[in-house]
Write a new protein. Structure first.
Length: 232
């Protein structure tokens, strides 16, 4: 099963970004008229009314079959309904029209991953990151997929590159810390975890409960991290 669905909380922001990209001035997504067909689709997806969104998209795509934003949304709706082959088809059409549509590459990767097409998924996640090295969803999913394939060194490389571009991505940093722990690099892992706990002391509990960190919890520095005694 695929990891880290980007179909819920960040869907509206990703859709808004793409609508702004294609609509141009003076179109402003935040004041999109409620009766706008595209606004209704976004609302339906954000409200997890995926079948209704898919139904609403059908006539819109019939009228504008080469609209990248509509194809992007269609791939979202299809993936949410577990129609991964359809999601792949919509995403591929979108990318053919606009090769730089980062989120379409993500959708394509996600659908391939769900179908266990691992090589295709890896390639599409990497394509998304080649376009936007701070695309958090792609980095997060790619790290997890690489780890499931026992490609831990590559996962660590992805984590390091992503954090250089997106240092505030705490979930990516946490997964990166796990990867470093798996690779037997407790000091490097601890440094990453300290950065997380400095921002969110409550995260120390998840460290204590995480099997990847278990071999190192008797080390004094790790004990201090869990207790947050070193946090000023």
């Amino acid at each position: 099963m695929a990891s880290a669905l980007a179909l819920n909380d960040d869907l509206i922001e990703r859709a808004r970004r793409e609508f702004t990209k294609y609509a141009g001035d003076p179109f402003v997504v935040d004041v999109l008229a409620p009766q706008s067909p595209m606004a209704k689709v976004v609302w339906m997806l954000h409200s997890e009314k995926f079948a209704k969104a898919q139904k609403r998209l059908t006539p819109l795509l019939a009228a504008e079959p080469e609209n990248p934003s509509l194809l992007f949304l269609a791939s979202q709706a299809a993936a949410a309904l577990d129609s991964y082959e359809a999601a792949i088809s919509f995403a591929e059409k979108c990318i053919t029209i606009d090769p730089d549509f980062t989120d379409a590459h993500f959708n394509l990767a996600f659908a391939h991953e769900a179908l266990q097409h691992h090589e295709q998924a890896l390639g599409s996640y990497r394509a998304a990151l080649a376009l936007e090295d701070d695309h958090e969803s792609s980095a997060f999913n790619l790290i997890l997929l690489l780890r499931r394939l026992d490609l831990h060194v590559e996962a660590a490389e992805v984590g390091g590159r992503t954090l250089a571009a997106l240092p505030m991505a705490l979930m990516v940093r946490y997964k990166h810390a796990e990867t470093l722990a798996i690779l037997g690099r407790p000091n490097d892992s601890l440094r990453e975890l300290e950065k997380i706990v400095e921002r969110d002391p409550a995260a120390s509990k998840s460290v204590a409960d995480n099997e990847h960190f278990a071999p190192y919890l008797e080390i004094q520095e790790w004990q201090l991290l869990i207790e947050c005694d070193h946090i000023v």
